[in-house]
Ligand binder design. Structure first.
Ligand SMILES: [Zn+2]
Ligand SMILES: [Zn+2]
Length: 255
């Protein structure tokens, strides 16, 4: 499985892009940078996007992806997520006010997007890969994902603070090759991480202990806030134990 980092930050600047990853060139995982980092040709190959939750930094490029698809033609982009996320996208995003309802455009018969609800922990094949949503702990309903393609699986935490079930599912997935894991604020902003449902290096270190026997699993970190980037990275450097690495824009991994 090929993993491409399109966006890996908890904010945006000329050097930072919000959360977005691409598996095998065809399955997006969150849409924080799925158009800003892909050519129109590359966007045509995107069959589906898994959406972890409805926060804007994870869904924003669904707007431009849908618009481009309406013009290039081709099969609709599948937008997959838990029921609460899909409901929020319908009500607050593709609602013919904030943005056109591309589930009916350019024509109702051949729309640019289709929504697909995922039931937590029930596997579903999306863009040829077996996908499971697993609920995590954020300020709104949110999930992470475990995506499996043949013998390799990758997990994605979405936005989350300390949580339980997600780690249990990882322990039950022997095919797991890597974990894309969020960390957002430096340790002294712990109060803000708590109220916003995110991690600091310190809370992340405690969470990673839950990997148990899988503590050698490669952990690829994303969602660091650009404003606190240096401080957070300095603190992460002191975290020993797991094989952790900080994602960089444009990174590609073969899992
Ligand atoms: Zn969020
Ligand atoms: Zn976020």
């Amino acid at each position: 499985m090929e993993l491409r980092v399109l966006g890996c930050h908890g904010g945006e600047s000329v050097k930072h892009r919000t959360s977005s990853f691409l598996l095998d060139g065809k399955l997006g995982v969150d849409a924080g940078a799925v158009t800003s980092m892909l050519t129109i040709e590359e966007q045509k190959s995107v069959e589906a996007v898994l959406v972890s939750h409805a926060h804007l930094d994870h869904v924003r490029d669904l707007a431009t992806l849908a618009d481009n698809r309406a013009q290039t033609g081709g099969p609709p982009v599948i937008i997959a997520g838990i029921a609460e996320t899909i409901a929020a996208l319908k009500t607050h995003f593709f609602n013919d006010v904030l943005w056109p309802n591309f589930a009916k455009l350019p024509t109702a018969g051949q729309p640019a997007i289709v929504f697909e609800e995922l039931v937590p922990e029930v596997p579903k094949v999306i863009a040829g890969m077996t996908t499971r949503a697993v609920l995590v702990s954020h300020t709104i309903d949110a999930c992470g994902f475990v995506v499996q393609n043949g013998k390799a699986a990758v997990a994605y935490s979405g936005d989350t603070g300390p949580t339980q079930r997600f780690w249990e599912v990882l322990a039950e997935t022997p095919e797991l090759r890597a974990l894309l894991m969020e960390v957002s604020f430096p340790n002294e902003m712990d109060w803000l991480a708590k109220v916003s449902g995110h991690h600091t290096p310190e809370t992340l270190g405690r969470e990673l202990l839950k990997l148990g026997a899988r503590r050698d699993l490669p952990v690829l970190l994303y969602h660091i806030k650009p404003v606190f980037e240096e401080r957070t990275e300095r603190e992460l450097a002191k975290l020993g134990g797991s094989a952790i690495e900080i994602c960089r824009l444009g990174d590609q991994y073969v899992l």
